[in-house]
Design a protein around this ligand. Sequence first.
Ligand code: HEM
Length: 180
Amino acid sequence: MLGMVFRSMAHMLEKKVSDDYAKEIFAAAGVGSPGSFEADKSYPFTDMQKVLSALEDNTGKSSEELLHDFGYYLFNRLVEVHGQVLSGRNSLLEVLEYLDTDIHSQVRELYPDADLPKVTVLSRTDNAMRLRYCSKYDLYALAEGFLDAAADHYSTAIERETIACSEPHTYQFSLTVVCR
Ligand code: HEM
């Protein structure tokens, strides 16, 4: 995972709790200090699992809940720093339709080492969409945080459901826009 993901995690902890708390969690995880992560370098996914596990121990929250909250935060942080990747996209469903072919491919130009999921559109109508998410990291809960943050970004209320598919590392998201 990119160093910028770790830095964003630390940033979230600093903002929600304190600078010292972020340092304590990273120290408890045994992954070095938050400042040691370089934004465009890649670090092992196991380091992220260690940070999550330290947070689970510290907060008592599940890794799904922590990943969802982090995904929500990370989406907004990414839009703050790289908002141009969304330019010309005017709705949540449009962003999702072009996530792989445009949004994440722009991300790959910014960060050649980015390790991005495969997201395929299974169906789309004016107000609903089904997506297939596939990633060896199984970060479906992080994706759900991204989805909720993106919905809020476009002031769109959604109902959504996640189903684990029979193929490994694969999940289906069904989204319906309930008001626009
Ligand atoms: C709703 C829209 C989006 C969804 C559902 C989504 C989903 C995800 C997920 C689930 C990951 C984790 C990697 C994995 O699962 O294998 C990821 C990584 C990432 N995404 Fe997206 N994303 C969205 C929009 C964006 C946008 C708008 C940006 C940039 C402005 C962005 C930049 C990134 C970056 C930098 C990573 C980290 C890659 C790495 O650590 O190697 N994403 N995305």
